[in-house]
Design a protein around this ligand. Sequence first.
Ligand code: ZN
Length: 345
Amino acid sequence: MNAPPMFRPLTLATSLATCLALSLAAAGCSGGGSSGGGSASTSAASTAPASSASGAAPGSSTGSSAPLKIPAEVALEVIPSDLEVRSGPSAGDPVVARIHAGEAYVHLRQDQDWHLLELGTQQGWVPQSAIAQGKQQTRRVTAATLNVRSGAGTSYRVVGQVAQDTWVAVLDTDGDWREIGFEGQRAWVHGAYLQGAGVSPPRATSSAGFIGLPASGPGFYSYTSAGNRWGVPNVIYGLERAGARWANTGRPRAGIGHISLENGGPFPPHQSHRYGKNVDVRPVRTSGEAPVTISDSAYSRAGTQALIDIVRAEINAHSILFNDSGVSGVSYYAGHHNHFHTSTR
Ligand SMILES: [Zn+2]
């Protein structure tokens, strides 16, 4: 399958509409952008693995066909934006980790339609409907830092960087360019700086199931140390999506502060920030990146309103505390003149 190159902005919800010629009967392309699973509308399945059970034509199944046999040691790509990994091969087994769309893991073995994946230092099981085996390969980054772009060419916007020796999952090819999984989304890098084969390590997950927000990324920087910005994956990846949207506004990067400690719990002086679901964010300035309070001349009410609206949408915040009464959708709370505080359920 050589789909024409498409511009896929990172700000869109992950849409695996191009479903990589997949051969997994149950892994339908979820064309609408919601997480995978469900529909078996696989199209253009052109290459069933040699080890595929004979006769089980991909895409033609209706429930009763045998699970597709997938060889060990191949890399499997995650389809849903947020996938629970379990300690055993059934939906009743406890959740031990969460992994994300575009990430790739080595397949260890199979039990019916469940698959055991290598997740760095641990292992876990996921259902066949949530993974995809495609043209995917994994490669090591050889450049000191490699620009990641929204499309296959230097004319596309830089949306981030990956560091040397990072492993990335290669999802598609367009000339010299390679589409990779990047922060739960898809983006492009030049193929000259990728080498070898292997697997991409998962983002480090704390024992509480939190992941860390990077020190900076498209549209944002953090003004606190790495130990103070752990959160649940939906919130962390949501902040990164919000940053990518915010980058499009051309305003100064958003400043993100305390979230939670690595495993949550009390985080003085905060009352909250215990569960990886509260985030402090600086108000927006008319220019520059520095602290600002709502009484400063450098404070931008319009910018702050725009940022609050984007953050609220991307992390699904149900409450935001902030003390500019001219900003809509926020509640007054003592001490929130120089940052807004979000809560996600
Ligand atoms: Zn707070």
